[in-house]
Design a protein around this ligand. Structure first.
Ligand SMILES: Cc1ncc(COP(=O)(O)O)c(C=O)c1O
Length: 307
């Protein structure tokens, strides 16, 4: 656990551009989330404040001092700016992306908006994160449709990416009922990088939609969402991207614009994706607004080059 003094030292160190690896080891990991002040855990918001970057207290203060102006005028601007910065970072068009609070919300949003036919299935694997596999079980719990979960038992050790591609190919061959596969970009407990580009191709060749769970990937792996070819991609900013807790992205292939909608129906029902996801009642979106600061911080400590 780091203490306030460590963070201040780290901020000072940042301005001196120390050897990147040493600096990354100090603050370049999720330990920054656990910085303790008075022995209690605090989030990255105060960290951004010390580093002189836009932060949660700053947005809250602004919101509380002029709530009406903030909600009506400033919020949409901050939201769009934040979305633009993260869209550029992950190689996406802003039209294809929205913010969600976390990967669990993103997965729920996607799977609960899908229309299943009788007897169709969702493919997961034995390494799927529990929040995600539970969501899949919940979505499939529909006696009228008799939807089922197909679980691929990934056999370890995996010696090459071809092995995992083959296992996916086989399970899809054996289970033509699969309508959608949920695939981790990086598995949670085993930290395995999945060959998602190839797996997307395998799924596409069998007319299976692909939802990528990138909870652990943004900030660890460099990729281009526009080129990847997934149907949906969900990834946290609050893990390896130094984002504030409660900030994640949901990328949606344009062919699914019409079917996707937020879990919460709000004022902007049936409007553009941006409007629907932006306005889900009066709520605090400050965590999203910190995305540009998180990206700036990530770049300043060396970005992907220093990983
Ligand atoms: C692979 C994976 N998926 C989903 C989640 C859930 O993420 P969140 O708690 O941000 O919803 C995690 C969290 O660790 C994860 O590692």
């Amino acid at each position: 656990m780091l203490f306030q003094a460590d963070l201040e030292n780290a901020a000072e160190a940042a301005s001196f551009k120390p050897p990147q690896l040493a600096f990354n080891l100090l603050v370049g990991s999720p330990c920054l989330w656990s910085i303790a002040k008075d022995g209690s855990d605090v989030g990255l918001g105060p960290g951004l404040e010390i580093l002189g970057l836009p932060n949660i207290p700053q947005f809250l203060k602004e919101a509380e001092s002029r709530p009406d102006e903030f909600m009506k005028l400033k919020s949409p601007i901050y939201y769009e700016e934040a979305l633009l910065s993260i869209a550029e970072f992950v190689g996406a068009n802003i039209e294809n992306m929205v913010f969600v609070e976390n990967t669990t919300t993103g997965i729920n949003t996607v799977l609960k908006a899908m229309k299943f036919k009788k007897g169709e299935s969702i493919l997961i694997n034995n390494l799927t994160h529990e929040a995600v596999s539970n969501t899949v079980v919940d979505v499939c719990d529909n006696p009228d449709l008799e939807t089922t979960v197909v679980k691929l038992e990934i056999k370890l050790p995996i010696r090459s990416k071809e092995e995992i591609i083959q296992q996916y190919s086989d399970v899809l061959e054996d289970n033509p009922s699969v309508k959608v596969a949920v695939v981790d970009h990086i598995t949670s407990s085993s930290a395995m990088v999945m060959p998602i580009k190839e797996l997307i191709e395998v799924c596409k060749s069998k007319d299976v939609q692909v939802v990528i769970d990138g909870a652990q990937a943004i900030g660890q792996l460099q990729f281009n969402l526009g080129e990847l070819g997934a149907d949906y991609y969900i990834g946290n900013l609050h893990k390896w991207m130094f984002g504030v807790r409660g900030s994640a992205i949901l990328w949606i292939h344009p062919k699914h614009y019409k079917s996707i909608k937020p879990l919460i129906t709000g004022h902007n029902y049936q409007q553009s994706l941006f409007n629907q996801f932006f306005n889900q009642g009066t709520r605090d979106s400050s965590a999203y607004f910190c995305a540009p600061a998180a990206i700036k911080f990530f770049e300043e400590i060396g970005g992907f080059v220093s990983l």
